[in-house]
Write a protein that binds this ligand. Structure first.
Ligand code: ATP
Length: 233
């Protein structure tokens, strides 16, 4: 089932159109990768999907219902969770307090901690540390754990791999694949494809605000990406 659908989405920054009619779907139980070079509009696409940036045209559908223009809090309540580039954790709060801020989602602190620590045991070991002292990979785990505390139907991940070593990224993507297997529609933005393609079920490539390629990730996609990024015909 397509949980999230963007149909002909347009968006602008300061009056300049950066998305020129983007069609994209994220299905339950799948990892969908949105790839593309710097400045292609990937982050803007995620922000429109989460309702934090307005669409200037097109539609955003959630579970088949029109959610275009919905307030970000309404979309969050409907199960859309954006984990922004830079992870969005609070560096001066402990790991535990970062997690417990999510109790307003209706879960108890015990439930939230138990779920987070079961998925990411390393977080249990540094529960009392300030999030800012964690490694980048641990911070990303914390960001994922916080996101999952809201029981999202749609998880939007922006540049999960940013600044992390390939092995750390590979482990994080194993978790992302597991999250999708549990029924979440995961939409991942990455500039560099290698990290996500091992787990992506579908991929789309955005170039200058338009989907230039879509399909199942395979060797054809890799060739396409290098051609697109290098500007070959
Ligand atoms: P990156 O990997 O650099 O984040 P991206 O594919 O995510 O790239 P976006 O961040 O969505 O691309 O940016 C798309 C276009 O919109 C770019 O030309 C960018 O310069 C412009 N843009 C993004 N954010 C803003 C902003 N806050 N104000 C003005 N222009 C912006």
């Amino acid at each position: 089932m397509n949980v999230l659908e963007l149909r002909g989405v347009r968006a602008a920054h300061d009056g300049i159109t950066v998305l020129h009619g983007v069609d994209l779907t994220a299905a339950a139980g799948r990892v969908t990768a949105l790839l593309g070079p710097n400045g292609a509009g990937k982050t803007t696409t995620l922000r429109v999907a989460a309702g934090v940036h307005p669409a200037s045209g097109g539609r955003v559908l959630l579970g088949g219902r029109d959610a275009t223009g919905a307030d970000p809090r309404a979309l969050a309540r409907a199960g859309v969770r954006l984990i922004p580039e830079g992870r969005g954790v609070f560096p001066n709060l402990t790991v535990r307090d970062n997690l417990l801020m999510m109790t307003r989602t209706g879960r108890t602190r015990e439930e939230i901690e138990e779920a987070a620590f079961a998925r990411f045991p390393v977080l249990a070991r540094c529960a009392a540390r300030h999030a800012g002292t964690l490694s980048g990979g641990e911070q990303q785990m914390l960001a994922l754990a916080r996101g999952l505390a809201t029981d999202p139907a749609v998880l939007l991940l922006d540049e999960l791999s940013m600044g992390l070593a390939p092995l750390v990224v590979a482990r994080l993507y194993e978790q992302v694949a597991e999250i999708a297997r549990q029924g979440v529609a995961v939409l991942v933005v990455e500039q560099f494809a290698a990290a996500v393609l091992g787990v992506a079920d579908r991929a789309a490539v955005l170039v200058r605000g338009r989907v230039a390629w879509r399909g199942r990730p395979d060797d054809g996609l890799r060739a396409e990406l290098s051609a697109l990024y290098l500007g070959s015909p």
